[in-house]
Write a protein that binds this ligand. Structure first.
Ligand SMILES: C[S@@+](CC[C@H](N)C(=O)[O-])C[C@H]1O[C@@H](n2cnc3c(N)ncnc32)[C@H](O)[C@@H]1O
Length: 208
């Protein structure tokens, strides 16, 4: 996603109490529920971008604790600007989600959302894909026994490669296909692709 550098982003994001750096997030392992007002299911969106999906979800579903994880401070700044008031059930992690298995304990997450992750089409970048076998193994570790992943993409090739990875890692497919009707809450990218008339591929998997 193209977004110009915003000089104040690092300071504003770094000083916001709902943002936790990836390094600080590691000390929170197995204690995430204590950060929120109430202990309740914990849902994570990785690569939350400008935050449309995560902020609207947290506002619409207060009985779920939500975490958005994003690499770029400019995106997190946009997410913070969307929040009219702080939500007690929302936190944001700033940094690289590759360290996910050092940030969450086994079974600590109930659901992972992957909304339109970067497809990284070149083979030499395959490891960066959020649906690579190596990421799927880490999700398997942090998800609760009945935990799920919901994944969407506009990129058929990336979607198909991802399906092969889920299958080779023996995840149980609960749903897959083209999402004709939009869900109640959609991400920024999904809104854009729908305006462009693109097909939206989606799938849902249960951990094995
Ligand atoms: C294509 S955008 C999609 C944004 C949003 N999910 C949506 O659907 O509108 C992908 C986002 O993932 C973030 N991202 C990519 N790799 C990441 C990683 N390893 N850890 C955290 N965020 C990552 C990027 O910075 C970018 O904001």
């Amino acid at each position: 996603m193209r977004l110009r550098k915003i000089p104040e982003a690092r300071t504003v994001v770094g000083n916001n109490p709902i943002v936790i750096t990836e390094t600080a997030a590691r000390s929170q392992i197995n204690q995430w529920q204590q950060l929120f007002g109430k202990a309740q299911p914990l849902y994570l969106e990785i690569g939350c971008g400008r935050g449309r999906f995560i902020t609207e979800s947290a506002a619409a579903y207060p009985d779920i604790n939500w975490i958005g994880w994003e690499l770029r401070e400019e995106m997190l700044l946009m997410t913070l600007r969307r929040l009219e008031q702080p939500l007690t059930n929302l936190r944001l992690i700033w940094g690289d989600a590759s360290y996910i298995d050092q940030v969450f304990a086994a079974g600590e997450i109930n659901r992972v959302y992957l909304n339109f992750p970067d497809p990284w089409p070149k083979n030499r970048h395959a490891k960066r894909r959020l649906t690579s076998v190596s990421f799927l193994k880490r999700y398997q570790q942090i998800l609760a026994a009945d935990g799920q992943i919901l994944f969407k993409s506009d990129d058929k090739n990336f979607f198909d490669i991802s399906q092969e990875n889920f299958a080779s890692e023996k995840w149980q497919q609960a749903a897959a296909g083209i999402a004709v009707e939009p869900d109640k809450i959609i991400s920024e990218y999904e809104a854009r692709y729908r305006r462009q008339g693109k097909a939206i591929y989606y799938c849902q998997y249960q951990r094995r």
